[in-house]
Design a protein around this ligand. Structure first.
Ligand code: KMH
Ligand code: ZN
Length: 280
């Protein structure tokens, strides 16, 4: 694997598909809220945004028009690397999840296997992963491999062996730890995953769900990894204090990274790190 970077790629995942706007009015769900969030988080140190889109009733949607509008708006208002989720919600059909690539994002998520997801199952069978991998190569979209389980690390090995390197020649993975029913959000689990990474992996980041957010962030920083934060993963800033804006989480991550002598990475360096195709 490539040597640890001296700067930190900070990804913000501002919305997700799980929280209800009615329960969390500060969750950014409209196009205007997403653009404002993107701008503010970029100023706070984020270089990549992982996007889930909501419809006019604030429900998760994979509608092509909504996806395209969000990609275009964030691209024109910020320099962030724009990543669309292909995971969607646990209720989205596999076929529709593939159509996310039609919106021509810079990057797309690609989860490397089926996993328990709270009371639900997040489905990612081999055929779907394989189709998404090849279609991302053909459309010159850089995948970010989401790893919820140690078995997912091995499935990434199989994807690379079967289809070669992704578009751009880099392999960036993101550990998602602490999902109920999947790998725990502990430093030990993170280190077990890092130890298993294929040699082709050029960079890795991590996020911890809920109360594992900070321990995973600290573990990733100390082990040379990059960071993902955001209300998709965690809505509690501190005990008894709800997150009011995604920028609070980005700013805290940026401060910790700076203290660790690994300040936030610029968007230009993030494009280089990930092998992103110029689309502006
Ligand atoms: N919403 C989860 C079921 C991704 O974005 O690719 C899946 C998820 C992963 O959030
Ligand atoms: Zn997501």
């Amino acid at each position: 694997m490539a040597p640890a970077s001296s700067a930190t790629l900070i990804t913000v995942a501002p919305t997700g598909a799980e929280h209800a706007k009615a329960d969390l009015p500060q969750l950014p769900t409209t196009l205007e809220e997403l653009v404002e969030t993107a701008r503010t988080c970029e100023a706070a140190g984020a270089a990549l945004i992982h996007l889930h889109i909501r419809d006019d009733e604030h429900r998760p949607t994979l509608d092509g028009g909504h996806l395209r509008a969000a990609v275009d708006a964030i691209r024109s208002e910020t320099d962030l690397v724009v990543q669309l989720s292909t995971g969607g919600s646990v209720h989205d059909p596999l076929e529709q999840r593939l159509t996310v690539l039609d919106a021509e994002p810079d990057s797309c998520s690609l989860t490397c296997g089926t996993t328990n997801f709270g009371d639900d199952v997040f489905l990612n069978p081999w055929g779907f992963m394989s189709d998404l991998y090849v279609q991302a190569q053909e459309r010159e979209v850089v995948p970010e491999f989401e790893l919820f389980e140690l078995g997912h690390v091995h499935a990434l090995r199989r994807l690379i062996d079967t289809h070669g390197l992704p578009f751009g020649g880099k392999v960036h993975v993101d550990f998602v730890l602490g999902v109920p029913g999947a790998m725990p959000g502990t430093a030990a689990a993170l280190m077990a995953g890092v130890a298993m990474l294929p040699d082709e992996v050029t960079s890795w980041s991590a996020t911890g769900i809920g109360r594992t957010h900070l321990p995973v962030l600290a573990g990733a920083l100390s082990a040379g990894g990059h960071l993902r934060v955001g209300m998709e993963d965690n809505v509690v800033f501190a005990r008894g204090q709800q997150v009011q804006h995604n920028a609070e989480l980005v700013a805290r991550a940026a401060e910790l990274a700076t203290t660790m002598q690994r300040p936030p990475m610029s968007t230009t360096d993030a494009r280089e790190l990930l092998g992103i195709k110029p689309r502006r």
